[in-house]
Write a protein that binds this ligand. Sequence first.
Ligand code: 5GP
Length: 176
Amino acid sequence: MKERVEVMLTAEEIDKRLEELAEELYKEFGDEPVEMICTLKGAVVVTVDLAKKMKMPVSLNFMSVSSYGDGTVSSGNVNVKLDLDDDINGKNVLIVEDIIDTGRTLKKLKELLEFRNPKKLKLVTLLDKPDRRVVDIKGDYTGFTIPDAFVVGYGLDYAQKYRNLPYVGILHFDED
Ligand code: 5GP
């Protein structure tokens, strides 16, 4: 089997959409400080690129919650592997996700963070695959709604590969 990536969203399209999202987030938070919570590892690239476009003071923090392992099927088990290193009580918090698929990971994460009493808790995701949702959750801000396909690039991996692609593409497995 040979892996092949078919471009779905170009670097330029993503950059333009992040510019728009930063504008929308400015309307949401104004000049108040915002703590952006990057969900490792997939959201690293979108977090950094979006952070550079945000106009208010921004701090960055990181969390790791379990996702797919090395395959392409969700386990349904969600564990916190790395927690925040600060207290978000009373802060404006923006969770940054790479993709919402079944929604299980995010639902758990949102509940956990809401319990810590942030002033405001919002969610931005680069990609949304609504066809695959099994729990009721939606991003407050969505970059692109995409069909049910396994995508890589712009932070998203397959077996830890492809995260560095500057675009998002569908991963195909071709016969040799
Ligand atoms: P959920 O809990 O919504 O099913 O899963 C979310 C996580 O699964 C994402 O943060 C991501 O790590 C992984 N995931 C879901 N769909 C895809 C996909 O199409 N491609 C890749 N590379 N990862 C995905």
